[in-house]
Design a protein around this ligand. Structure first.
Ligand SMILES: [Zn+2]
Ligand SMILES: [Zn+2]
Length: 413
């Protein structure tokens, strides 16, 4: 209920401008085409409303559309929740554990990150999603994930309608010796005959909608599994990268410390309950977080500060071992790379064997970083930065002779 109220609060009307962006326009277009075509196909040809099954089917189709749009608009308009401007921790001495955001003039609360697109510090930021033209974070994590679950389910239902409509209509028209196939065609042989015959344009529109529905099912379904993993581990994709760098840092300096990710409550159910609640409002206030036993309340932010102080880890050096064209979804880098392309507007960069890259963040199959350019090209201050497949690079070994800067840093400590 609380979520609903925040949607219809009228002072949020300026938020409507979020719709004017290619992401929401395409997403809403796909939803509109698939649901409208599924309803038209059902009512006119495949499953008429005067049958019980047809009515149930129609109600289900409306149901999917309403639930998908409800969660989609919730994710978009409720937003992730922002750290208040000029925010300070309650106890002044705690600020020593936190980074300061100059743009928001506030300390970065644990788990929050500054989003360049939203231009605010976002609570429990996971990523900025162009499809909702907003960040996915603390407040909209549940509705975003529900949308990712419902959209493929609705598309599977729609795809079934498209396939059955095309199949039964074609079968009805050109029964060339398919009589051996025993399929119950009672739904097709009906009177009165359909008002509008299933013509070529209806066939083309159904086929097009089927393509959209199948594509959405696969692409969005993958995103759903990624988000469920994030929720069940209570670890955002940004935090996974911080953890990876923490391990790297500890291994490199051979310190006796160990980094335990503090927000994973140890049980998937406990983690799940923090995001999905009956009230629709996630647990907590988005600024303070329950932590695992034995962890310091600020252990993650302390680790972030350590990484910030350690220039070597802030960006890990990688060497290109395989060429990459810069395509968004490359075909030749494996199926996982193809399907997990980062859901962002940030650029991809092409790679050539032997080039060096300073990686600043990464996902399981993709990484983001700056190309290390030679001195001639860097003088004008230009940078080449963007995403590329993890498969194409390998981590440089620190004891390599060429890596003298890192060696020097190591000795200084
Ligand atoms: Zn900020
Ligand atoms: Zn954002």
């Amino acid at each position: 209920m609380g979520v609903l109220c925040s949607v219809i609060r009228f002072e949020n009307l300026h938020e409507l401008k979020r719709l004017c962006h290619w992401g929401p326009i395409i997403a809403l277009g796909v939803i509109a085409i698939c649901s409208t075509m599924a309803m038209i196909d059902s009512v006119l040809w495949y499953w008429p409303l005067h049958t019980t099954g047809g009515s149930v089917n129609f109600i289900m189709l409306i149901n999917w559309t309403v639930m998908i749009l409800y969660n989609y608009f919730n994710a978009m308009f409720v937003g992730p929740g922002y750290v208040p401007l000029k925010w300070k921790p309650e106890k002044a001495q705690d600020s020593m554990y936190l980074q300061f955001c100059k743009v928001c003039q506030a300390y970065k609360a644990p788990r929050s990150h500054h989003c360049r697109k939203c231009n605010r510090c976002v609570m429990k930021m996971d990523h900025h999603c162009p499809w909702i033209n907003n960040c996915c974070g603390y407040q909209n994590h549940a509705s975003f994930t529900l949308f990712l679950l419902l959209a493929p389910l609705g598309c599977i239902h729609a795809a079934f309608i498209f396939v059955m409509t095309m199949y039964t209509q074609l079968y009805n028209r050109i029964s060339f010796g398919w009589n051996t196939v025993k399929i119950d065609m009672s739904a097709v042989k009906r009177d009165p005959l359909p008002i509008i015959p299933f013509g070529l344009s209806a066939f083309a529109a159904s086929l097009f909608a089927l393509g959209l529905a199948v594509g959405t099912t696969i692409a969005v379904g993958m995103l759903f599994f990624i988000q469920m993993k994030v929720i069940l581990r209570n670890k955002t994709s940004i935090e996974s990268w911080i953890e990876e760098k923490a391990k790297d840092r500890i291994q490199y300096y051979q310190t006796a410390e160990s980094f335990v990710f503090p927000y994973d409550m140890g049980s998937r159910w406990q983690n799940f309950k923090q995001v999905f609640t009956w009230s629709g409002i996630p647990e907590g206030d988005g600024l303070e977080w329950p932590i695992r036993e034995g962890c310091h309340p600020y252990s993650l932010t302390i680790e972030q500060l350590k990484q910030k102080a350690d220039k070597r880890v802030r960006s890990v050096r990688y060497k290109v071992i395989d060429d990459y064209s810069g395509a968004c979804c490359p075909f030749n880098k494996g199926i996982k790379t193809f399907f997990t392309t980062p859901c962002t507007e940030e650029p991809r960069i092409s790679l050539k064997k032997g080039e060096l890259i300073l990686v600043t963040r990464g996902l399981r199959h993709w990484m983001y970083g700056d190309k290390i350019l030679d001195h001639l090209t860097t003088e004008d201050g230009s940078r080449i930065r963007g995403w590329f497949p993890r498969k194409c690079v390998e981590k440089c070994h620190y004891d390599a002779e060429s890596d003298q800067i890192s060696e020097g840093e190591k000795k200084n400590r």
